[in-house]
Ligand binder design. Structure first.
Ligand SMILES: [Zn+2]
Length: 300
């Protein structure tokens, strides 16, 4: 299995800021010593093609970002600190990592992953919540328009709602958005996904997994030929933004449910990383390590 990673993923943002950039290197280190490490290839992505970005975002917004011309309000809403021009290349590689992983799947891989992405709060005309371009929507449109997939099923299990994805894809019948998120968490004004499942703050493994199991059953009538998994681990009990009480074991069970679900419908899976802000960061790293290992097993 390929996992896309670029050194610039960790550049242009301050580790002391709200966004823990150190998680990338730590996850890479954790994967390198795993027994499945010989089945995982860390690949360098290309920058995303701007024409792919224009299909999900307004040209005005994309060009303003690329020309360092966003308003102070727009920069504040994105929330990455300190804001600098390094964020431009970082964003282009980070979004490119998701598109590169999608290309692997188009070429026959059962699973491919980006060690970043899942930037689901980015809307057509603005960024939000650490997200600048919405790689999920960009990849969904590319999968449909360039690679002839009939239905992209997007399963977003980050603790925060996939509001930007829902908004960008709301009129696209070839994409189906499914988001399980904490009701009391950001974004406080929710968008309408095709299916939204709200869980109350504080739910534990068992309650969460029961809800997920029942919700996945409702997708039985939704056909798909490719699955995108926004696999955020900010549902962990140690996450500083999460508000839920899942353990790493609970998250591993969650991931298994998604891989089993994909296997049943013989769908390949594009894995996008999403949020994870545990303090200390170790639990986030362990949860993502286990996710990528489970994905590597799916590829065997
Ligand atoms: Zn999140």
């Amino acid at each position: 299995m390929n996992i896309y990673y670029h050194p610039l993923y960790t550049k242009g943002i301050d580790s002391k800021s709200t966004f823990p950039k150190e998680r990338y290197d730590l996850i890479k280190d954790a994967l390198a010593v795993n027994e499945l490490s010989n089945t995982i290839a860390i690949k360098t992505p290309n920058k995303v093609e701007i024409n792919d970005v224009y299909r999900a975002h307004s040209k005005d917004y994309v060009d303003a970002f690329l020309n360092s011309d966003l308003s102070e309000k727009q920069v504040r809403e994105i929330g990455l600190k300190p804001w600098s021009d390094k964020i431009i290349d970082r964003t282009l590689f980070l979004t490119g990592g998701s598109v590169s992983a999608l290309y692997d799947i188009y070429k026959g891989a059962p699973v491919s992953a980006n060690m970043a992405g899942g930037t689901h709060h980015a809307f057509s005309e603005r960024g939000s919540g650490f997200c600048i371009f919405n790689d999920i929507a960009i990849c969904a449109i590319k999968a449909i328009e360039d690679y002839n997939y009939n239905r992209v099923l997007i399963i977003d299990l980050d603790v925060h709602q996939g509001d930007g994805t829902a908004s960008i894809l709301k009129n696209n019948d070839n994409a189906y958005t499914f988001s399980v998120h904490c009701k009391q968490n950001f974004p406080f004004k929710k968008e309408s996904s095709n299916t939204d499942v709200e869980v109350e703050s504080g739910v534990d493994d068992q309650a969460y997994l029961n809800i997920l199991d029942k919700s996945l059953d409702t997708l039985n009538s939704v056909e798909s030929d490719i699955l995108f998994f926004q696999a955020g681990v900010d549902t962990l009990n140690t996450d500083r933004y999460g508000k839920l009480s899942l353990t790493i074991e609970g998250l591993n069970e969650r991931n298994k449910m998604i891989f089993d679900f994909a296997q049943k419908r013989k769908n390949p899976i594009l894995i996008l990383m999403g949020g994870g802000y545990s303090e200390p960061i170790d639990n986030t790293v362990a949860a993502f390590r286990d996710l990528f290992i489970a994905a590597a097993k799916y590829s065997l």
